[in-house]
Structure formats: structure tokens, C-alpha cells
Design a protein. Sequence first.
Length: 317
Amino acid sequence: MGRILASLLILAAAHAGAATVVTVRWEACVHGERITLGDVAEITGEAAATARLAAIDLGAAPGAGAACDVTLQFLQSRLIQERVDVRAVQWAGQARTRVTRATSILPGATIAKAAAERVRKGLPWPAEDVVVEITRAPNDLALLGSTDDLAYTVSTPPGQRLLGAVPVWVTICHGEQAVGRASVLLEVRVFQRVVVAQRRIAAGERLTEDLVRLQRTELNAATADAIPDLGQVANQEARQEIPAFAILTRRMLSPPRVVRRGAVVTLIAQAPRMRITARGIAEQDGSVGQSIGVRNLDSDKTVTGCVLDSRTVQVQF
């Protein structure tokens, strides 16, 4: 009925040679940040008049995924505000139009894939040892404008270890403007050749080649600092009991103890042009470079010094 009325009005205007016909659409989709009369209505008549009417601003466009209604009464009031001779305008079409904003859909799978790629590049392990799986992708995002030339920035919670379940936030930017944000849950899996125990290793036992071997295995949060080289465990001592087939980490080992508790050692105190030595008894085990307590046999006082070798401890004046 609206179209028939519009056609009749257009014919009447053509015969009259004066009226401009504004046919209000049922719905309109705008691409810019503002709504114009030309967006919500079809305007026919003299070229200059129709161009002027089409450019009349009706207000801000709705955001992504939102909509707003524009009424015929509002349109008529805007023409009056713009000093348009409303007697020369004939109205047709709808009494109200629904206005939406043109959007682009960014698939959640695309966001998750971008997050996985960026996390993978930031991991400390070789790429061939790493598998990053998407556990939970976000919902699709409706964005204003094109989805071309988007940039993705990934952030993780402070202190988050990038192994196992890793939650990340993805900020989507177009140029320097952030246009969206989404959360992604990833699973980071790492497979490496690392040192494992061949059998149970007692606390304090010194490691030899027959006690360990290299084995490719999956790491977890507890074994992220696993030792990848047999040379790094040679002659080290077990700080704790290590079960058979356990993955060896650095916190399980310590340098070999060269000084044993109760051993007689030489205390050395040095200063420019001065060197003092004394005999002492080690009050605890110690490795090279470690500080231990030593009882000075001359003064019967306990001092703290740094182990230089199996027989010498250096103290400060």
C-alpha cells in the first residue's frame, strides 16, 4: 500500500512540478557514524532539493549489534529545524523506520587462531617441541567496518606459566584503535628430550651416567625446568630422593659437596699485604662457592666462610 501511495504521489508531483516526495523505508542500514535522511528514505524530485534533503543529519548511528527507530514525526521536525519549506514536501511510506549499523563478523575461531600463533611465538622452547591447542574459542564478534588489516595483542594473567592450561585476553585493534576484546583458553603442550632417572636415586647420592638417560616426554608445570643435557647432571648430587623414571629438574640437584661436616679445613683471611691462616672444623657440608660455618680451633669461635675447595674456606676480616 505504501509503495502504491508513493507512486501516486510521485506522479502527482511530476504533474504539479513542485513537490518533493520523501518515501520512508521500512528499515535502513547505515555504514557511517551518522544517520542522514537519505539513509532512511527514498527522495524524488528536483535534483538540488533532493540532494539538500538527503544530507540532513538525523543523529548518531547505533553501535554494533544495536538498532534505533526514527519516526515520521521526528523527520518532519528535523526539516522544520533545517528551514525546509515542508509545504513542498510530500510524505509516503512508513510512519517509523528501524535503523541498524552495518557490521562485519569476526569469527571466534579466527581470534583463537591468532591468539595461539602469538603465544607459540613467545614460548622459550623450539617450535618443533611445542603444540598449542585451542580449548575454548570466543563467540563471534560483530565489528563496525571491515575485518581487514586487524591486529591482535595477547596478554596473560601476571605470573601465568605458559604451560598447560593458559587463559589469554586478546585485544583486537584497527590501526591504533581497539575495536574488540575476547578471552581464549589454550592448552600448551611441550615435548622434549630430557634427563630421567634410570632407577631410584637416594638423597645425597652423586649422579653417574648409569643412573640417568635421555627420554622424549611431555613436560608439565612441575617439570618445566627439566634438564635437557646429560652433561648438566654429571657429578651433581641429589638434593632429595628421586623416584625411578622421574624427570630431573634443577631444584632436585646441587653441586657436589667437597667439604663434609667435621672435616678439618684451613681458614684463610686476606687483605692487602696480609694473609692469615688458621685451622678449623667444618660445622656443615658445603659445595664450592657455598657459605658454611667453621669453628676456629684457635679462638673456638664459629665464623662463616666461602668454600674454595675440599680443604680451604675463605673468611672475611
